[in-house]
Design a binder for this molecule. Structure first.
Ligand code: SF4
Length: 472
């Protein structure tokens, strides 16, 4: 299944409706997101003052973005001094072009990859395959969805929508014999065996970058499976692709970043492997790549700097906002039609790939604010969603019925007199459908939903008349 390159209102509703009817998916989403939420809360509770640390982190991220060009230039200088080759890509296409040029130079036929949302963003695998190069995902979740030919459904758990039965079926097909879904150890052992040969044969290893430390020109990778280290050290060439916003001024700031990233993502104090790469292998090193290329990707990010949307660049892709979002938890990641799903996806996807193509996403939120509460950088996602909704209205991107309905609602709600008139009209109009105080409408609102009847007396009237009792 290839990723649709849009999420119109119709597409999102259609995909979400299918997802809601899928009981396996609902069970998988509920189980995984609840586990992540519980882990995050417990891990943050272990810190002496998690709230103060989050405030401090937000200040670091804001100050870094305010001096983004300076820190990026410093990073380039230091990374180059350490022997890495730094490339700049304005677009995803340019980044893909740089990777293909390096691959051609190496005569590469096989690349291993560690999990990277940025490579999903630029559709790198499709481009590699089209050029005769086999990309092999080595993060277990990413490999599962690569075998299933599906896009990721969660920023940190790309295969959380898959049941173990589905995974066992995929692996059985690969090994050519039946594997039991109940023997998780056997499944992971088979995955390890199949991937190990790829690590050894790969011409190039490709990774993302969780953060880049400007002070030393170092790239930091955070993984839990050890595959990141094999990808970045076994092949002779390592290419890292990192969004320009992932820059961090120094190691003090990196320590704050890392202490919040794993806690917010998986509920761990630190991920199992935190890998720091500063240039290629030195003469005295026993192993490591001979070449390290770092591609700094813009792809719409710099356009947000200095705008009301700049705050979203503080995101560190921890996925915490997805796990608490009532819309994501029901619709799942694929409904978003983008590698970035959930609340953060509803903001970055239209900003990076176009509001018109992804008009449904800013609407895919209850604006309950749970995402802002969960975010380690305290990004005000509801504010950003409202701003995008305002842009949609300004550019007439909503379906005409919704646009008219919202314009009418704004007109009515804009005046107490109009509101009173309409509610009086509604009370009069509902009389034929009233049955024991409830509305019995001649059409179906779907799935046992009921529209409550308008109260005989509105709240304002009760207040004025002094009729309020404790049960009203
Ligand atoms: S918006 Fe915040 S909570 Fe969501 S992925 Fe980014 S950093 Fe994590």
């Amino acid at each position: 299944m290839s990723m649709p390159q849009s999420a119109t209102m119709t597409q999102f509703r259609h995909s979400a409706t299918i997802a809601i009817a899928d009981i396996h998916l609902q069970g998988a989403l509920e189980g995984a997101t609840n586990k992540f939420v519980g882990g995050r809360l417990a891990a943050l509770a272990e810190l002496p003052d998690a709230d103060a640390l989050r405030d401090h982190f937000k200040a670091i991220r804001s100050a870094t973005l305010a001096n983004l060009a300076h820190y990026l230039t410093l990073f380039e200088t230091k990374a180059t001094l350490a022997g890495a080759q730094v490339h700049w890509a304005r677009t995803g296409q340019e980044a893909v072009g740089i990777v293909l040029a390096i691959a051609r130079q190496q005569g590469a036929k096989l690349v291993t990859k560690s999990k990277s949302m940025v490579t999903e963003e630029i559709r790198l695998n499709t481009a590699l395959e089209a050029n005769g190069i086999e990309p092999v995902e080595t993060d277990l979740g990413e490999w599962i969805i690569q075998l299933a030919q599906e896009p990721p459904s969660h920023i940190i758990g790309p295969a959380i929508h898959k049941t173990r039965q589905q995974v066992a079926a995929l692996f059985s097909e690969q090994v050519g014999r039946e594997l039991s879904p109940d023997d998780i150890d056997q499944l992971t052992a088979e995955a390890r065996r199949m991937l190990r040969t790829k690590f050894l044969q790969a011409d190039i290893g490709i990774s993302g970058g969780n953060l880049g430390v400007a002070e030393t020109g170092s790239l930091v990778l955070v993984t839990n499976e050890g595959n990141g280290r094999l990808v970045t050290s076994a092949p002779p060439v390592h290419i890292a692709i990192m969004g320009i916003e992932k820059i961090c001024p120094d190691w003090d700031a990196a320590a704050v970043w890392l202490s919040l990233l794993a806690r917010s993502a998986t509920g761990q104090p630190m991920s199992i492997y935190t890998t720091v790469i500063t240039g290629p292998r030195r003469q005295t090193d026993p192993d490591g790549p001979e070449e390290v290329h770092i591609i700094l990707l813009d792809n719409g990010r710099s356009q947000q700097v200095g705008t009301e949307y700049e705050e979203i660049l503080q995101c560190i892709r921890c996925g915490a906002c997805l796990n608490v979002c009532p819309v994501y938890k029901k619709a799942g990641g694929h409904a978003y039609g983008s590698p970035y799903s959930g609340p953060v996806g509803a903001v970055v996807t239209p900003l990076f790939f176009g509001l018109e193509a992804y008009a449904a996403l800013p609407q895919a939120s209850t604006l309950c604010g749970a995402c802002k509460d969960a975010c380690p950088a305290r990004i005000d996602i509801p504010r950003l969603l409202l701003a995008l909704r305002r842009d949609e209205v300004a550019h007439h991107l909503l379906p005409w019925r919704e646009e008219k309905a919202e314009a009418l609602a704004a007109y009515v709600l804009g005046s107490a007199a109009r509101m009173n008139f309409v509610t009086r009209l509604g009370r009069w109009g509902q009389r034929p459908f009233l049955q024991d105080g409830s509305l019995n409408l001649p059409f179906n609102l779907g799935d046992g939903r009921e529209l409550p009847a308008l109260a005989p007396k509105p709240f304002r009237q009760l207040w004025q008349d002094g009729d309020l009792t404790s049960d009203q």
